[in-house]
Design a protein around this ligand. Structure first.
Ligand code: ADP
Ligand code: MG
Length: 366
């Protein structure tokens, strides 16, 4: 099911009574979620991800704008009539019901033509349980399950009505690191198997990158960039997006362009054809540095951390806007740890320039 969001806006009266006024939680959000794809809604806390998801679900009504499921305008439809499955961070299972009863619950409330026989319901519930691999646990209560198992039950409950659209709001946030990874792979598998159009909300860039067909990056209610994970990583549209994606984070410097050369500090570090003389903010991915004895980009060496296949070189530079400069180098290249400095050449496709004021991207010819 294709989902179309047209100029979605949600304005709340401010929660802060003293300040008063309004909060634009979601600002003119236009996007089409392709049929059968998993879209990651990514951004920091408070950027409007949940509000967007709740508008798609029908739990919240947009202040303006429209929502279509396929060709059907669902903007005024109640959540029950939209054919959605919702999963929250805190599972929200009924504690006094067994796993089976929890999964059956949405089916028991179907009325009219959707009503099912007991046998049909049981078959459906078992099918959903098998899909998320909890069919062995049907008679347990939620309190007898791990967090990961509880979240699987919540996903089964969301899937049992065979929703047109599956909506997940930070579903992995309450799980520990290992379970988070495992459950995220599960969700991806289930989504692929069922082909249900899915929106996955997260503030975790790594999670969004690994699970999504398409990522929508948001900031303060406004969409910043839409694209495949790798496209956004390789070609960020502004400094916010460049900084939000990637671990370790991107290195940021003040710099300037003069005569087609990029200066960071005193040194010209790279050619940047096609950019007029100006002040810029420079962002360099950790993998954008090549060790080079007489390389133009010279940092004060602090520390070398071995990470197996790679080493992480921690250094300092006067023009850095981050506390340290972090580069990731293949472990075959030896860093002279006794040296006070480390010198690099830069990989042009890993270096991004931004307007120092607007933080919008400035493109150069390589
Ligand atoms: P996210 O899920 O990305 O953390 P939300 O969608 O929950 O962000 O919130 C977006 C903004 O809207 C925040 O500034 C939040 O404080 C505000 N907001 C959300 N819900 C309400 C509400 N019911 N009343 C007032 N403000 C709200
Ligand atoms: Mg939220």
């Amino acid at each position: 099911m294709k989902v179309e969001l047209q100029n979605l806006t949600k304005i709340f009266p401010s929660r802060n009574k003293k300040v008063g006024g309004e909060v634009v939680a979601v600002n003119n959000f236009t996007f089409t979620i392709p049929d059968g794809k998993l879209v990651g809604l990514l951004g920091p806390s408070g950027c409007g991800k949940s509000t967007t998801l709740y508008m798609i679900s029908g739990l919240q009504k947009p202040s303006s704008g429209k929502i279509f499921f396929g060709d059907e305008d669902v903007t005024e439809l109640s959540p029950e009539n939209r054919g959605i499955g919702l999963v929250f961070q805190n599972y929200a299972l009924y504690p006094h019901l067994t796993v089976k009863q929890n999964i059956l619950f949405p089916l028991q409330n179907l009325r009219g033509k959707d009503r099912m026989t007991k046998e049909e319901m049981l078959a459906r519930a078992l099918e959903a349980a098998k899909l998320v691999q909890i069919d062995e646990l049907m008679d347990r209560k939620p309190s007898e399950l791990s967090g990961g198992q509880q979240q699987r039950v919540a996903i089964a409950r969301a899937l049992v009505k065979m929703p047109r659209v599956l909506l997940l709001d930070e579903p992995l946030s309450n799980l520990d690191a290992r379970l988070r990874l495992q459950t995220r792979e599960e969700i991806r598998r289930i989504q692929k198997e069922t082909g249900i159009t899915t929106v996955f909300v997260t503030h975790d860039q790594e999670e969004a990158m690994s699970i999504s067909d398409v990522i929508v990056v948001m900031k303060l209610g406004v969409v910043q960039q839409v694209g495949k994970p790798q496209e956004i990583y390789d070609d960020p549209t502004n400094l916010f997006v460049a900084k939000f994606l990637g671990t370790p984070p991107i290195n940021v410097f003040t710099g300037r362009v003069e005569g087609g050369k990029l200066y960071i500090g005193e040194n010209a570090v790279m050619n940047v054809k096609g950019v007029e003389d100006r002040a810029v903010t420079v962002a360099i991915r950790p993998e954008g540095f090549t060790l080079a004895e007489n390389g133009p980009f010279v940092c004060e060496l602090s520390n070398v951390e071995v990470m197996g296949r790679d080493v992480s070189v921690v250094s300092r530079h006067e023009a850095s806007l981050n506390p340290v400069v972090r580069s990731i180098i293949n472990a075959d290249n030896k860093v002279d740890v006794s040296s006070a400095t480390v010198s690099y050449e830069l990989k042009p496709h890993k270096v991004f320039l931004f307007d120092a004021e607007t933080e919008e991207r400035i493109y150069f010819e390589v």
